[in-house]
Write a new protein. Structure first.
Length: 496
């Protein structure tokens, strides 16, 4: 069975769109498992007799290990070949999904989820890296549009699919099929990826010389110090582990100094620091993504808390109540991918404005609408927020990575997504704390959901500020370039 090879610069791989479809299917599964398990937690607790802490780690352990390995996974794809890493990571994801579904005890499930998060973190950055290699120009924007739709859909559709699976398979053991469903889909994706995803010639350099172990350990430790108190927030993590927040910036600073040393010695770094210092658009885009995910990711947990605990919705009803956001986001992301080369950063400015308006309107609607009509009343403002959200993620990825060399595409995408995972953890902890704080103080779920959504809106507005500042920098850069070009032209006239 033959496969193609990664194209050289300027050369188009003929089966690139089919390869993209396969990689997005696998990426969808990895990102979906961040949110789909939420609705199955009560079933898991009853079935396995799990403690509250163990149930929390079923969700937070996956998110933690996922975020820890993203940059390392991207760098391994850059060094060893993205097809090779994609196939290895996808195979491991299928195996660990089966281990989760077959878990005989809560401890087994937590361990399997940690391993599953590692495999998903290795798999996810290969998607962005392959897009960097396979697509160019306007096609790259369209491909990242599909990637953005995958991210948005996987986040928003998870509760709906989880509710459907539990309804079909039963409440007691149905949670196992939340994991088992990955096995047949993953095997199909594995066979298709083997045939369609292109390979590349090996460089001939020893593998060990291309892997920055020290950098990976320093960055992993820094991310762990930042995320661990947040994923443990429900069990007093902020109170017990607050000191890790002070250690995190020290480890990150040591990581950056080590990476600069690697660059100076002309050795392969985990993350080339020139991405942050000399790559146009990358620092601002990474910052925007982190801040946006603080406001965006936290809303799904508070929606589930409000609809299920506050209004008594079933998991399926709770998921369906936010479906309009998912639909709007999917359509908008695909369209935005085609428009990003024309409108650039203006597209994300407009998208962030739509998200802010939609979330603020949802907060007001849920605060004043009777419980019986809450889900239907929220559909329109959530649709507006979803349309805006689709115009944020994929255009921002495109604009952030547009000046990144293909050889660094995997590591750059991994770093970008690590920031998003950190933002997700911060947002989930912050918005949940606001929600629980209002409920415990006043006992009113309406006020709690409104306060949490307005907090998320505030972070989205902060991301909007970053986008506007970056837009001004881009315009100033263009204005500087025009006089420079005019001077060169004038000098040529004088010489002639």
């Amino acid at each position: 069975m033959s496969t193609g090879s990664e194209p050289v610069s300027g050369e188009a791989y003929p089966r690139r769109w089919r390869a993209l479809a396969v990689t997005q299917l696998a990426g969808f599964m990895g990102l979906l498992d961040v949110s789909i398990v939420n609705v199955a937690l009560p079933s898991i607790q009853r079935s396995l007799g799990a403690s509250v802490a163990q149930v929390q780690w079923v969700v937070s352990g996956y998110a933690l290990s996922f975020g820890l390995v993203l940059v390392a996974g991207g760098r391994l794809g850059d060094a060893l070949g993205r097809r090779r890493m994609f196939l290895v990571a996808l195979t491991a994801f299928v195996v660990t999904s089966a281990l989760c579904g077959a878990a005989p005890s809560a401890g087994w499930l937590v361990a399997a989820r940690l391993l599953q998060g590692v495999t998903a973190g290795m798999l996810t950055p290969q998607n962005s890296g392959l897009i960097q290699v396979l697509f160019h120009g306007a096609e790259r924007g369209r491909a990242f549009g599909i990637f953005g739709a995958t991210v948005g859909l996987s986040t928003a559709v998870g509760p709906v699919l989880g509710g459907l699976i539990l309804s079909a398979a039963g409440e007691h053991e149905g949670w196992r099929w939340v994991f088992y469903v990955n096995v047949p889909i993953g095997l199909i994706a594995l066979v298709a990826a083997w045939r369609l995803v292109p390979s590349r010639q090996r460089s001939g350099q020893p593998v060990a010389s291309q892997i920055d172990v020290v950098g990976a350990l320093l960055l992993g430790a820094g991310v762990l110090c930042l995320l661990l108190p947040l994923v443990e927030v429900d069990s007093g993590g902020l109170r017990r582990l607050w000191w890790l927040f002070g250690l995190a910036p020290v480890l990150v600073a040591l990581f950056l100094r080590w990476e600069q040393r690697m660059v100076r010695r002309d050795r392969a770094p985990l993350l080339d620091t020139r991405l942050l210092s000399t790559t146009p658009g990358y620092p601002a885009g990474a910052t925007l993504g982190l801040v946006y995910f603080v406001g965006f990711s936290g809303i799904w947990l508070v929606f589930a808390l409000y609809f299920q605990r506050g209004l008594g919705y079933t998991p399926l009803q709770s998921g369906l109540a936010v479906t309009s956001f998912a639909l709007g986001s999917a359509v908008s992301a695909a369209v935005a991918g085609r428009l990003v080369t024309r409108y650039g950063r203006w597209l994300t400015v407009g998208g962030l404005t739509g998200v802010a308006v939609g979330l603020a309107a949802t907060a007001v609607v849920l605060d004043v609408t009777p419980a019986a009509w809450a889900g239907r009343a929220a559909a329109l403002p959530l649709l507006i927020a979803g349309i805006g959200g689709g115009a944020v993620i994929s255009p921002n990825v495109t604009l952030t990575l547009e000046c990144v060399p293909s050889r660094m595409g995997g590591a750059a995408a991994g770093a970008l997504q690590t920031g998003q995972r950190i933002g997700s953890a911060i947002g989930t902890a912050t918005l949940a704390a606001v929600f629980y704080g209002v409920v415990s103080h006043s006992g009113h779920y309406r006020g709690a959901i409104a306060a949490a959504l307005l907090t998320g809106t505030g972070f989205v507005c902060l991301a909007l500020l970053v986008a506007v500042l970056e837009l001004r920098l881009r315009r100033r850069g263009a204005l500087r370039a025009e006089p420079d070009q005019a001077s060169v032209a004038q000098a040529d006239v004088h010489r002639t």
